[in-house]
Design a protein around this ligand. Structure first.
Ligand SMILES: Nc1ncnc2c1ncn2[C@@H]1O[C@H](COP(=O)(O)OP(=O)(O)OP(=O)(O)O)[C@@H](O)[C@H]1O
Length: 608
């Protein structure tokens, strides 16, 4: 094992877990939730006071109270090493820590220096009207900092063992789970041994049916001898990609270089916590989790940069779930951390959150190859796929319903100090109950005050805010709100609104539609690194042309109120861009046609 790598194959110290989490009953198995809690999310929510009732919380003082009570509670616990804020919780063995000189994880101790400003109608329109009430003095005075409660003790428990039985050795497993509750998996004959699926990435109805007949038999023939290559194959995806242009080209022309994340991590390293500080406390993310063999793999849904998503069935309950296999990309992440930072972020954040608009992580499971899988509620569609396959556009009331749910989710994230940083239609899932949920938190991170420099290579290019494209290193929640604006436009027309082929072209497309910004409408614009370049000379905001009040051609129409919301989302100056909270209260959602209720939302043919 390379120096500093996390040894995830530790056994659980059941007694320690019981001691740490104050269990009166011994931990039986699986993830270390306290008695009566159904899953880690509810555990963390109840512990952090961030449960559903707190959704929409915008009172910073209340958050601080949560932090205080959390800290008080912690003070009553046996002495532990204190951590600074970190979205990442893991467990390292101290001896390994000392052997690595560079074992630091990204984190931020920051909070927002400038509170949300009054929102003005802006963009390249020269006549800006201040239509919003001033921000309350209390809010401005309040020093905003991320609640420590959010970042401590979060994360599901993970810990693969070399035994192939998840995190326990055989005997312990039998004791904890009941003698016949666990079927010994054969890695080399299981569907989980291979990342491959059908050539077209999906199974036919017939194959899905036959694969569900009896797990094992069908797969055994299909995948004999395939397992050993699976990790190599998934690694090769990155290497092949990196060989080309140092980055991975994604669905919408977005190039994300793994080095960008590292660059960001290095920036964050300068003042944030190091692993050593985090190692002494927090949950072991790999502690006590079940094996992936509890699930029968059905078909591959998607393969992205950071993970492969499968549809799978819980062998015990028959429940259909989505399993995201976190890719171990090799390189520094693997050598120094033993696990990709992006995956740690995603698991840690998702396991901490519980909101109807955020995809629910049920548990984390492992296999014998040290692969980690996030088990999520299964959602039938993502909005990108849906719009690509739909013949008609969403109606205005459909779009309002989707936008409200999206804004609720974004508000929840921002209230809880998280920037998603990769909002796009393929990261918005929709189920047949008309529920929208945000997924893919690989790029998400905590934010706080004072603003810190982060990498600008976040957010898929078409949804990337102008401040990021122009190289601003300090940014905040407004980057997500720009993406929400792009998503609103796309939901109305079924087409991405700014479809640049590269970063320069992306800016050109934005400027061609909204006009070139200037110091008057965006103070500080001219100081941005990219502002000197010679872009378009187009001075006017032509957005209304793309979204007229009426149309005789069947193209998207937008009322004045709807256009006002879109314009406020696609406002150049991040300080003036509308917040999720204000957007939720926008008049557009109160005018006819009203948002469609979820029960009446149309259903669509399944993806598989
Ligand atoms: N819970 C889920 N239920 C159903 N499908 C899902 C679920 N989560 C993700 N997917 C599908 O998998 C796709 C990729 O998921 P995700 O974005 O989390 O992976 P990723 O590797 O980070 O992808 P990318 O590189 O595109 O960002 C989604 O667009 C969606 O189609």
């Amino acid at each position: 094992m390379a120096a500093g790598r996390v040894d995830v194959r530790r056994r659980i110290d059941v007694e320690k877990v019981n001691r740490e989490y104050g269990h009166t009953n011994p931990v039986k198995n699986v993830c270390n939730y306290p008695p009566n809690s159904k899953n880690s999310a509810s555990f963390h929510k109840s512990k952090l006071g961030l449960g559903p009732k707190r959704c929409g919380l915008d009172n910073v003082a209340r958050v601080k109270n949560d932090v205080r009570s959390m800290l008080d509670n912690e003070a009553k616990q046996p002495p532990q090493k204190k951590r600074k804020f970190s979205p990442i919780v893991w467990d390292l063995e101290n001896k390994e820590l000392s052997s690595s000189s560079k074992t630091r994880v990204i984190a931020t101790t920051t909070s927002l220096s400038s509170p949300p400003s009054p929102v003005k109608l802006s963009n390249s329109d020269s006549n800006q009207v201040d239509k919003q009430p001033p921000v309350s003095a209390d809010l401005i005075k309040e020093e905003r900092s991320p609640p420590e409660s959010l970042v401590s003790n979060s994360g599901a428990a993970l810990s693969p063992s070399p035994s192939g039985q998840g995190c326990q050795d055989d005997e312990q497993e039998k004791d904890l789970m009941g003698k016949d509750s666990f079927q010994t998996p054969n890695l080399f004959t299981s569907r989980w041994a291979s990342d491959d699926d059908d050539e077209d990435g999906s199974l036919t109805e017939e194959k899905i049916r036959s694969s569900s007949l009896e797990s094992g038999e069908f797969e055994r023939e299909e995948l004999e001898g395939d397992g050993v290559q699976s990790d190599e194959r998934s690694n090769n995806v990155l290497y092949a990609c990196k060989g080309e242009d140092k980055g991975c080209k994604l669905d919408s022309g977005y190039v994300m270089d793994i080095d960008d994340i590292r660059e960001e991590d290095a920036i964050a390293d300068q003042s944030d916590l190091d692993v050593e500080e985090s190692a002494g406390s927090g949950m072991n993310m790999l502690l006590g989790c079940r094996s992936v063999f509890e699930y029968e793999r059905l078909n591959k849904i998607s393969e992205g940069t950071y993970g492969i998503v499968y549809r799978a069935k819980d062998k015990k309950t028959g429940e259909i779930v989505a399993l995201k296999k976190e890719k171990i990309l090799g390189g520094r992440d693997l050598e120094e951390y033993g696990f990709p930072v992006t995956s740690l972020r995603e698991i840690n954040i998702l396991a901490s959150f519980l909101h109807p608009s955020i995809v629910k992580v049920k548990e984390v499971v492992v296999d014998d190859h040290d692969s980690v899988y996030m088990v999520m509620e299964y959602m039938e569609h993502d909005l990108k796929w849906l719009m690509d396959s739909m013949k008609r556009q969403f109606s205005t009331s459909d779009v309002k319903s989707l936008m409200l749910q999206l804004l609720e989710g974004v508000k929840y994230l921002h209230d809880n100090w998280v920037l998603h940083r990769d909002l796009k239609t393929s990261n918005l899932l929709l189920n047949n109950q008309g529920e929208l949920k945000i997924c893919d938190f690989g790029m998400a991170r905590l934010y706080g005050s004072p603003l810190k420099p982060y990498t600008t290579k976040v957010v898929t290019q078409w949804y990337r805010a102008p401040e990021l494209l122009l190289g601003a290193k300090k940014y905040s929640t407004a980057v997500d709100m720009w993406s929400v604006g792009c998503i609103m436009a796309e939901l109305l027309t079924k087409e991405p609104v700014f479809k640049g082929t590269n970063e320069i072209d992306q800016l050109r497309k934005i400027f061609d539609t909204l006009g070139v910004p200037n110091e008057k409408i965006w103070p500080g614009f001219s100081e941005l690194p990219g502002a000197k370049a010679n872009y378009s000379k187009q001075l006017y905001n032509l957005l209304r042309k793309k979204f007229p009040v009426a149309s005789f051609t069947g193209s998207a129409v937008l009322s004045d109120a709807g256009f006002d919301l879109l314009n406020r989302l696609l406002t150049y100056d991040p300080e003036k861009r509308i917040t999720a909270d204000d957007a939720l209260n926008h008049d557009w959602f109160r005018e006819i046609p009203l948002p469609k209720s979820k029960e009446f939302f149309p259903t669509f043919p399944p993806k598989v």
